[in-house]
Design a protein around this ligand. Structure first.
Ligand code: GLU
Length: 309
């Protein structure tokens, strides 16, 4: 039944022509707008897919919940909350104003400032040691060794001045725990990791499965950490339209500018989609339609409320 619904969603939304492919990172503009992959990974490791679920693309902002999970595991979830902040900024993901407005440099690990600050907290006292921690952690979530998309990394590296600016401002507010340029570079590397829709479904399913990777059985982070990560995804996973998303799906999600999107179904699994055309807020158009379609038909909304029988 799940396969039939996933196939039906693919058929229903493949023809949707709305949205624009992101081009502020030049390499992303080369994405094929027709690519459309869907994959569901159940908590027991079963996979159901349709379309281009094996097409590689860069993870971009979908790295943020996984990085936050790894940092919570490394420094403790209370310390991570106190250092990074967990409230929604209500401003775009790359907003400098959001950092200034909070007065103390707190934002949210789902936007760039919070994610760069989180990157700076990775264990290790050199860029390479921190990168080894990040790369290994992401690979454990995926259940296979992940590599950087060198073209995307090179392209983003020369166009990420505003992220360097955010990191410098955070550093001035004593909200960065490593060199601003190196922290930004590590963040950029992590955003350039190449994944597929299938990888993302398993990564999302790991967050929904108390931190245990469904296929490898690896306990990547503690269950309580997943609970906090999912809460933060609800506050800001879909940029400024996170409220609309929650209203429509009732599930924690995270999107990224390369067109990927994850939806976590706690206790059941993870849904991932890939379709590059984005709406005005930066969320994949077909990804949102698919998540809403499947959430409704599979009865996944966490806020579902019915009279007691
Ligand atoms: N690496 C991208 C940036 O920092 C990620 C943006 C996103 O996916 O939201 O601009």
């Amino acid at each position: 039944m799940v396969q039939q619904l996933v196939d039906a969603a693919h058929q229903c939304f493949a023809g949707v022509g709305e949205g624009e492919v992101a081009d502020y990172i030049p390499a992303l503009a080369a994405a094929n707008p027709d690519h459309f992959g869907i994959c569901i990974a159940a908590s027991d490791g079963q996979l159901v897919a349709a379309g281009q679920a094996e097409q590689p693309f860069s993870i971009q902002s979908i790295s943020k919940p996984f990085l936050f999970a790894l940092i919570c595991q490394a420094i403790g979830e209370d310390s991570a909350k106190e250092k990074l902040g967990v409230n929604s900024t209500g401003l775009p993901f790359n907003s400098v104003l959001a950092v200034e407005r909070s007065g103390e440099g707190l934002s949210n690990p789902m936007v760039n400032a919070g994610a760069i600050a989180a990157t700076s907290l990775a264990p290790g006292d050199s860029a390479e040691a921190k990168w080894a921690f990040i790369e290994a952690g992401f690979s454990r979530f995926a259940g296979r060794p992940l590599e950087i998309d060198a073209t995307v990394y090179a392209s983003e590296r020369v166009t990420n001045q505003s992220n360097v600016g955010i990191a410098t401002l955070l550093s001035a507010q004593e909200r960065l725990w490593f060199d601003p340029e190196i922290s930004t570079d590590l963040y950029t590397r992590q955003c350039s990791l190449s994944i597929t829709t299938r990888d993302l479904a398993l990564m999302a399913a790991t967050l929904g499965n108390g931190g245990r990777q469904p296929v490898s059985g690896d306990q990547v982070v503690d269950p309580v950490i997943c609970q906090h990560v999912l809460a933060v995804m609800v506050t800001a996973g879909l940029y400024e339209t996170s409220g609309d998303w929650l209203y429509d799906t009732g599930l924690p999600g995270k999107s990224g500018v390369s067109g990927g999107m994850i939806t976590v179904i706690p206790g059941k699994g993870g849904l991932a989609t890939f379709s590059p055309p984005l709406d005005g807020a930066g969320n994949s158009v077909r990804g949102q339609l698919t998540a809403q379609y499947l959430s409704e038909r599979l009865g996944l909304n966490l806020f579902a409320s019915r009279p007691a029988t």
